[in-house]
Design a protein around this ligand. Structure first.
Ligand SMILES: [Cu+2]
Length: 101
């Protein structure tokens, strides 16, 4: 029993040393684009974006999910925007979006 306890303590210590997953700075990226569609209910937009180096993408039109704390109320089709994205699983998710004036 004592050995099991030691083993458990050892693995807890090992866990606490590991860095938090999913927060690597190089997973965040920003790009500019024009909104082609804003679906507030589904929290999804279609963006025609420019070249996007870290994402490894050239200019294209694509759909992206939008994180729940991003305000979509004032955004509409045709708006030129600057946005920040992060990779979550296999998807790009917008974490911040601002109008480009
Ligand atoms: Cu793209």
């Amino acid at each position: 029993m004592a050995m099991l306890k030691q083993l458990l303590q050892a693995s807890l210590i090992a866990l606490s040393i590991l860095p938090a997953p999913g927060l690597a700075a190089d997973s965040a990226d920003s790009a500019e684009g024009e909104l082609r569609k804003v679906d507030r209910n589904a929290r999804r937009v279609i963006v025609a974006h420019g070249d996007w180096d870290k994402g490894g993408m050239h200019a294209m039109t694509m759909a992206m999910n939008v994180e729940k704390d991003v305000d979509l109320a004032k955004l509409q089709k045709g708006d030129k925007v600057r946005f920040e994205v992060t990779r979550q699983g296999g998807d790009w998710v917008i974490t911040r979006i601002t109008l480009k004036r």
